[in-house]
Design a protein around this ligand. Structure first.
Ligand code: ATP
Length: 463
């Protein structure tokens, strides 16, 4: 690439001050205004805790999933699957969900608030209603979180099926299919991304806890005795994944579980500092041989692994990593959001809102901004948009001043803006502006796709 002089626009000569980080209301309203996330069925007044991903949100969610999927499956020891949401009802008996997947529920007899007994502070400490303070409360009763429906035309007890509350069971029941078809040897893993459903008693905090959500789970099958080593390896790998995609170290922490499930040998949450405080983003568990042994027992099939080299047979242990796609989406938004005060040379202040996403996560990679709507420029800018769209998610914006258009792109996290100006007519080059550094460079149109691709890949060193 030619060595071209760097240009810096006047209004963008900045003294940056990070004014404030995001709170949840700010993110909810930005999400709606810019098309990341909308309330489900909004014109009917909305449906509690259900959300729709809009034009930008759906793009970004695909990016979140792609980042996770590539990290998991572009290895020589993990395969991906896409299992059905509906499964044989006995799966949920074997897994323990029919008998045990419940939360303790309490009703306030005065204000009718219904809440979870196990994580409501005012109830745990004072035995009072979190809403009105009343002590006139029902007994605790167990409430099963699985959604039930019926398969086929008869709504009788024989036709009951469940919407899966986790994707993991699809991995366990396909353990032999995946192992035999891929011919992978242990240790190896199965990864999947898919919708899960839980009839949560108290959903909330935007997309943090919903009743329909997407999970990204990986089950790694290992020889008993090596489980502790792989548990520690996966903890480290998952931490590195978050750091790679720009989550700040100080926003993350590991929290070991105080109480372990009876089958679990170890469990730790990766917590993220959401606006409401540190909360679970991902669970990493050593599940022993519980799942495969249960499915072997209930299905009558032998799910032992045979190691030919050592002539040994065993039921593998499972190390599980399970993260919610929606929670990770929210975490990316929280960590990327900032409001910066920029000052021009005369000292006039301007505030810009930036979603400083890692470029792989940003929904739009590059925006094409013709300086004017005159045909002289649009006849270059429109084909340029098509040229870029062959390789990148691209936006075209010709409305209002260039400064306003830069701000609009900053607010949705677009790494590069490309300005087509009157010089372009003569020099066949455009100005490329970097979201974070706000530096500008003149780049020949014929080199633009390569320049943007390299810039996205080497984001930190790009000027
Ligand atoms: P929590 O304690 O928050 O209810 P959990 O421990 O029941 O979560 P897991 O069963 O380990 O969660 O599920 C793995 C991941 O799936 C969680 O870390 C979270 O990111 C996501 N997840 C679980 N329940 C929900 C939900 N209701 N809404 C959105 N994401 C969820």
């Amino acid at each position: 690439m030619e060595n071209t002089p760097e240009k810096t626009e006047k209004t963008e000569k900045t003294e940056k001050v990070i004014r404030r980080l995001a709170d949840l209301n700010t993110l909810v309203s930005l999400s709606k205004r810019r098309g990341f996330v909308f309330q489900s069925s909004e014109i009917y007044g909305g449906l509690g805790s259900c959300w729709d991903y809009g034009p930008l949100g759906s793009l970004m969610k695909l990016n979140v999933k792609r980042a996770w999927w590539n990290a998991m499956t572009r290895r020589s020891d993990i395969v991906g699957i896409d299992a059905a949401i509906l499964m044989h009802p006995t799966v949920w008996k074997a897994s323990g969900h029919v008998d045990g997947f419940s939360d303790p529920l309490v009703d306030c007899k005065d204000c009718k608030t219904r809440f979870r007994a196990d994580n409501t502070d005012s109830y745990l400490t004072k035995k009072q209603c979190p809403n009105c303070g009343s002590k006139n409360l029902s007994e605790e009763r167990q409430f099963n979180l699985m959604f039930k429906t019926h398969m086929g035309p008869l709504e009788d007890s024989a036709s009951v099926v469940y919407l899966r509350p986790e994707t993991a069971q699809g991995h366990f029941v396909n353990f032999m299919n995946c192992q035999q078809s891929s011919r992978y040897k242990i240790p190896f893993g199965i990864a999947a991304i898919g919708k899960s459903f839980r009839n949560e008693i108290t959903p909330g905090n935007f997309i943090f806890r919903t009743r329909e959500f997407e999970q990204m789970e990986m089950q790694y099958f290992v020889k008993p005795g090596t489980d502790e080593k792989f548990f520690n390896e996966w903890k480290e790998r998952r931490l590195q994944f978050y750091l790679k995609y720009g989550i700040r170290q100080e926003s993350l922490r590991f929290k070991p579980h105080d109480k372990l499930a009876h089958y679990a040998r170890a469990a730790v949450d990766v917590e993220f500092n959401f606006p409401m405080g540190f909360s679970e983003l991902e669970g990493i568990h050593n599940r022993s041989d519980f799942d495969l042994s249960q499915h072997a027992k209930f299905s009558g099939k032998n799910l032992e692994y045979f190691n030919e080299a050592e002539k040994e047979k065993y039921v593998p242990y499972v190390i599980e990593t399970a993260v919610g796609c929606d929670r990770l989406f929210l975490a990316f938004m929280c960590d990327a959001y900032r409001e910066e005060v920029t000052k021009d040379e005369k000292g006039a202040e301007d505030v810009r809102t930036v979603l400083a996403f890692h470029p792989d996560i940003a929904p739009i990679k590059v925006a094409v901004l013709p300086l004017s709507k005159k045909e002289d420029l649009t006849k270059i800018a429109e084909p340029l948009r098509d040229q870029l769209a062959e390789d990148f998610d691209t936006q075209y914006d010709e409305a209002q001043s260039i400064g306003k258009r830069y701000r609009r792109q900053d607010e949705i996290g677009t790494p590069f803006c490309v300005t087509v100006d009157f010089d372009t007519i003569n020099d066949q080059a455009v100005t490329v502006r970097h979201r974070d550094k706000m530096t500008q460079q003149r780049v020949p149109i014929k080199e633009l796709n390569g320049y943007i691709a390299a810039g996205l890949k080497n984001w930190n060193s790009t000027t």
